[in-house]
Design a binder for this molecule. Structure first.
Ligand SMILES: Cc1cc2nc3c(=O)[nH]c(=O)nc-3n(C[C@H](O)[C@H](O)[C@H](O)COP(=O)(O)OP(=O)(O)OC[C@H]3O[C@@H](n4cnc5c(N)ncnc54)[C@H](O)[C@@H]3O)c2cc1C
Length: 327
């Protein structure tokens, strides 16, 4: 039994960036490994697969179960469909990007399939070995876990896009229409309230401009919105800010918020407590702006600016505007 089946999560008919990044990182790792494991994928629900071969690196078969019953996440239908497809695939590992959906679905599948569950892994590097490293106690300790069962299910924290260029290969989409997606004990879907936003989600953004209590007010976040908009990034927030009601919880980063992995994390007026930094470990570059030169954020920052956010950020906005005008 070998091979890795990757769940390519769709939302509103589009495969999520976190799943694409995970696939590409696994391909990168397969290329480097002595005994690479074949990769295949599954898309559940009526999603668009147009152009998917240009987003997914390397080769692999993508099984697409396009039943309308899988349009929105319903635990029973998803568990049934994925369990059946995983059995058929003969793969030893089923891998998910660590999202709200996979945190609900992976434990159900682990029970159904008698598979070991390794959740919140900090990277895909040990999948072949059946082990996983996971930050615990607000990322102050890294624990190592080992799977005991032959079949394993992993959820992997976001690490952002793959570091190496896309590998050429053949991605083959195989429609699967002979699975019964009808659950034996269905729950009725009542309604879905969509939060409409055209801004990128912090968990998938390449650039995050995050604000803390040092911003001083909800109104001051307008300048972060402006800067993030110019850079094509997302606005993030510390818990202090969310508790104040200045920003929604969906933007909170940290132990009780989201884990992020942008190329650039700009921390503005954030002190850098261990609970906040529990969510920023995947950032490639962290730049901090803080008026207190002894703020703990400077211990982890790649670049630090000691100063008042109300002066530095408008200055940055001006510079970025001028730069973009010249381009
Ligand atoms: C169980 C638990 C879970 C938690 N989970 C999270 C979590 O998920 N995410 C999270 O963020 N926190 C979390 N916290 C809270 C965390 O401990 C901190 O309270 C919080 O991160 C502090 O937010 P902050 O940095 O915005 O505010 P503060 O700690 O108050 O820091 C504000 C910073 O702004 C600077 N500043 C002030 N004025 C200016 C200015 N004009 N210009 C520049 N800098 C300025 C100050 O020097 C200071 O460093 C959790 C706490 C607990 C107990």
């Amino acid at each position: 039994m070998s091979g890795i089946l990757v769940f390519l999560e769709q939302r509103d008919g589009m495969v999520r960036q976190a799943s694409i990044d995970l696939w590409n990182r696994l391909q990168e790792q397969a290329a480097a490994g002595a005994e690479p494991q074949p990769l295949s994928g599954i898309i559940a629900g009526p999603a668009s697969t147009v152009g998917i071969e240009t987003m997914l690196s390397g080769s692999g078969t993508i099984y697409h179960v396009s039943s309308d019953l899988l349009c929105l996440y319903q635990p029973e239908s998803y568990t049934q469909t994925l369990a059946e497809l995983f059995e058929r695939s003969g793969c030893s590992s089923l891998v998910f990007a660590d999202t709200a959906l996979s945190r609900d679905l992976a434990p159900r599948l682990s029970v159904r399939l008698g598979a070991s569950l390794l959740s919140g892994c900090s990277g895909p590097s040990a999948i072949g070995a059946g082990t996983c490293m996971r930050p615990v106690y607000a990322a102050s300790v890294v624990a190592s876990f080992a799977a005991e069962a032959e079949r394993r299910i992993y959820t992997i924290s976001s690490q952002g896009p793959a570091a190496l260029p896309r590998k050429e290969g053949a991605i083959v989409i195989v429609p699967v229409d002979d699975l019964s997606c009808e659950p034996s004990r269905p729950s009725a879907f009542a309604s879905r309230i969509a939060m409409t936003s055209t801004k990128p989600d912090v968990s998938e953004a390449n650039i995050i401009v995050a604000g803390g209590r040092g911003l001083g007010s909800a109104d001051a976040f307008a300048m972060l919105d402006e800067l993030a908009g110019l850079l094509g990034g997302a606005v993030g927030a510390s818990r202090a800010v969310v508790d104040e009601g200045w920003r929604p919880h969906s933007e909170q980063i940290g132990q009780t918020g989201k884990t992020v992995a942008p190329r650039l994390y700009l921390a503005c007026g954030i002190s850098g407590t261990v609970q906040h930094l529990a969510g920023t470990g995947g950032a490639v570059m962290l730049v901090a702006i803080n008026s207190d030169r002894h703020a703990p954020i400077f211990d982890v920052a790649d670049f630090g600016i000691v100063g008042d956010v109300h002066t530095i950020i408008p200055g940055l906005i001006k510079e970025v505007r001028e730069f973009l005008k010249k381009k």
